[in-house]
Design a binder for this molecule. Structure first.
Ligand code: HEC
Length: 228
């Protein structure tokens, strides 16, 4: 028995299993807390202090949001209120949202809440994908706000007869059957003007979330509406 190999010793395997399980448990606990920190929503104070949160506070709807290549990370990241030239948000450049760029945290939060309820009630995920959840029948909505089709040079403002991105999107959401731009048409879901405003705020906020460049190649699509 003196020469028994360590590999055939039961106690060696029992101890290894205990250590591995213990280490994995600690790692999972640490990762859980790390993730909670990463995905919890910021607030207006973060934005005022120039602190970039992965999920920015609701008042992000007062700012211009763009999607720009980060040279250090190798994919596009949401830039809020202007780029400092190094790929970080400045939180300075504002953009009117339905005529205002001074929504308080309370007002913005209420608007996003309305949008979230609308999104759940009308089941957008039956057809669309939001942050990786949902269906692929219709365009991914995670970065829909940044889709160039809604911008000043895109077709959607002209088509809906509106002068701003948010009004064009709200008009489309209320009467999608009037603006069929795809092989597939979005049905009229009976969305009211108030709900549409909340939904567009919800989509604008969602586009500001740093999703590590997901969905991939978004910036290189010619616009989801004219995806082909
Ligand atoms: C029954 C399926 C269906 C449901 C439910 C649905 N949509 Fe759509 N949606 C579509 C289709 C199909 C298109 C593409 C239509 C087109 O381009 O004309 C679309 C297009 C869009 C667009 C334009 C996409 C882009 O990238 O610019 C937005 C924004 C949008 N939907 C938002 C919503 C929201 C918000 C909801 C929930 C309130 C919703 N949709 C529910 C099918 C659906």
């Amino acid at each position: 028995m003196a020469n028994k190999s360590v590999w055939s010793d039961n106690r060696f395997w029992q101890r290894s299993a205990t250590w591995v399980t213990g280490f994995a448990s600690l790692l999972l606990i640490w990762l859980t807390f790390d993730t909670m920190g990463q995905i919890s929503m910021g607030n207006d104070a973060d934005i005022q202090n120039g602190v970039t949160k992965r999920v920015p506070g609701p008042t992000v709807i007062n700012y211009k949001i763009t999607y720009e290549m980060s040279p250090t990370r190798g994919h596009e990241v949401p830039i809020i209120g202007g780029n400092d030239g190094k790929g970080h948000s400045l939180f300075k450049v504002k953009e009117k949202f339905f005529g205002r760029d001074d929504y308080s945290e309370k007002e913005a939060r209420a608007l996003l809440h309305l949008g979230k309820l609308g999104e759940q009630a009308k089941n957008c995920m039956d057809c669309h994908t939001l942050l990786g959840n949902g269906a692929y029948y219709a365009p991914d909505l995670t970065k829909a706000w940044l889709d160039p089709a809604w911008g000043a040079n895109g077709p959607m403002q002209t088509m809906t007869g509106k002068n701003t991105k948010e009004e064009a999107m709200a008009e489309f959401l209320q009467h999608p059957n009037l603006y069929p731009t795809h092989a597939r048409m979005m049905p009229d879901l009976g969305i009211t003007a108030k709900e549409a405003k909340g939904l567009v705020a919800f989509l604008k906020h969602m586009s500001s979330i740093d999703t590590n460049g997901f969905p991939r190649n978004f910036g290189r699509m010619k616009g989801a509406v004219h995806g082909k």
